[in-house]
Design a protein. Structure first.
Length: 84
């Protein structure tokens, strides 16, 4: 699993730039993150519904996988440098 995540960083990058940012003007994921960081996502009249959380999951998954892949690749290259 770790090897697969490390090798497919290009696929995750493409997914992040397409699905992760769609629709592109403005990027949908940014609106959801602002909603959560603004504190209105959990309570109040305009709190996030189940469909909003599912939408965040779909748009956020490629970004999450890309970050995991980058972190794994950075630690792998650091471990190789430490061995030399």
């Amino acid at each position: 699993m770790k090897k697969t995540l490390k090798q497919h960083w290009k696929l995750f990058l493409i997914g992040s730039l397409t699905l992760g940012l769609a629709p592109f003007n403005p990027p949908h994921i940014l609106g959801k993150l602002q909603w959560i960081l603004g504190g209105n996502a959990f309570s109040g009249k305009h709190s996030m519904q189940a469909q909003d959380w599912f939408d965040l999951l779909l748009h956020g998954t490629p970004w999450f996988l890309l970050m995991i892949s980058i972190i794994l690749n950075l630690f792998a290259s650091q471990a190789i440098a430490d061995q030399e």
